[in-house]
Every structure is written in C-alpha cells, then in structure tokens.
Design a protein around this ligand. Structure first.
Ligand SMILES: [Zn+2]
Length: 259
C-alpha cells in the first residue's frame, strides 16, 4: 500500500454510524478518492473540522488499486473558503458544484484540469458579483473537460453552419436558435424536425455561452447577462447535465426551491 500525498477538495461527506464519516475527495492525480474517516466526529480527533465539504487541503492516504474505500492517514487544510460559507447563496451553489463533480467524475480517473477548475471556481465564488453566471461558466467548462462539449457553432446533426431562424410560435416574431439536448448542440433549420423537444434560445444566449466557454473568472465581472440569458443558459446547461448524469441532483432541486 504505497503512501500517497495529493491536493484534494472534499466533494462529499456522509456520516457513518455515530462518530465516523465517509468522505469523497476530488484530486488532480487520482480523480475521486473515497475514504472512511474514523472517529472524525469526535472533538478530540485531529481531523475534526478540517474535513468539511468544499475544504481544499493536502490529502495523505494509502492507495490500493480497485478498492472502493482507501485508507486515510491525514488531511492538512490549505483553504476553507470562509467567504463561501458566510453566504447562503454561495454555499448552496458551492455544494451543487461538488455534487456535480461527484456525479460525473469517476474513481481513479485523473483529470488535473477538472481539479483546477473546481479549485479556481471556489476561489472566485467567494466574492464574485454574479454567482449564477460564475456557475454557468463552471458548467460549460466542466462539460467540455468531461468530454460532453456541446456543439455551439455548427449543426450537431449535419455539421452545417447554424443561422438564427424566425420563431414560429411567437406572436412577436424574433430570431431564435435551436438547441437539442439529445443531439448535443445546435440544430440547423433543415435538421430541426429531428428533435421536436429542442429548446429555442436567443442567438445572444448562444453567443454568451461561447464567450463563457473561453472566459477566465477574473474577467467575469465585465460580462453582463440579461435575465433572459440567465434563464436560457440555466435551462440548457441544467437539462444537458441532467441528461448526461442521468440523475436529479439534490442540490439543484434545493436551488430551484429556495434561490
Ligand atoms: Zn443540420
């Protein structure tokens, strides 16, 4: 059992009997790592308090391949994200991101870019002006890194360039672009019959999504999103994520009901 040391973020913490916890970490080198933290709920435990959800630290564990639960030997806190914990909206979205990573990432599947994305997202989540917009940036980048990148320029079915089309069901005709969850991106006019449940979104929302895909968090406060952009991006990305995770994320439901 070689001893391992890696950076890690706590993405799930689950009580086990009275005094233990099952903790899932996301790490750059091992993907998800699940451990049992024995006696951690006792105030005497030296790990007490450091294994809270979202905490970033240096994880020490004995690694065994093909084992569901690894053996924890230590966790030294690097960042506790007090700025996120101090605000109900920020902590709620922070938990959603952790649940999302837990739902899509797999154990032993190293992806340092996903770790870095999560770490940077939490860093900026502590004081960004537009929390939902930051979360949308995370979602689109996370989908790209996870191999689910939505097709936002060409038709996801035939590959032709997509141009906005008049909205047929609207009393006040406006141009829209069709996004198909099933096909994984935009549909051109010729292919729109292939998915009658495709979402009609404003061309501006699609452009914004392309911008967010390339944006860095430190420039995010310069980007303005309308209420319609927010609504449409949340719908498209949320549905896309649900389609690929095949789960109803608990924290997403919570966000829907309280925020
Ligand atoms: Zn097409």
């Amino acid at each position: 059992m070689p001893a391992q040391k890696t950076q890690a973020i706590v993405i799930r913490a689950f009580p086990l009997r009275e005094s233990h916890k099952i903790i899932t970490f996301y790490t750059p080198d091992f993907g998800k790592v699940k451990v049992v933290a024995y006696g951690v709920k006792s105030p005497k435990s030296k790990l007490s308090g450091s294994l809270e959800l979202l905490n970033h630290g240096m994880l020490l564990f004995n690694y065994r391949e093909n084992r569901d639960l690894q053996s924890l030997t230590g966790f030294d806190l690097i960042e506790g994200y007090d700025g996120i914990r101090a605000d109900f909206t920020r902590i709620t979205y922070g938990c959603y991101l952790a649940e999302l990573v837990d739902a899509i990432a797999s154990e032993g599947d190293a992806n340092p870019e996903i770790f870095e994305l999560l770490r940077r997202t939490y860093y900026f989540l502590a004081d960004t002006d537009d929390v939902p917009l930051l979360v949308r940036v995370f979602e689109i980048k996370f989908l790209d890194l996870g191999g689910y990148a939505p097709q936002l320029s060409q038709c996801a079915n035939c590959g032709s360039i997509v141009t906005p089309a008049p909205h047929q069901n609207s009393q006040h005709p406006t141009s829209v672009i069709l996004f198909s969850i099933r096909h994984g991106g935009l549909l051109c006019e010729k292919c729109q019959h292939r998915d009658t449940s495709a979402f009609a979104i404003a061309p501006g929302s699609c452009e914004l999504l392309k911008t967010l895909r390339k944006s860095d968090y430190n420039k995010l406060n310069r980007i303005r999103a309308s209420e319609r952009n927010h609504r449409e991006l949340k719908l498209v990305l949320g549905s896309f994520i649900q389609y690929h995770t095949e789960r109803n994320l608990k924290s997403l439901k919570f966000i829907e009901s309280v925020l």
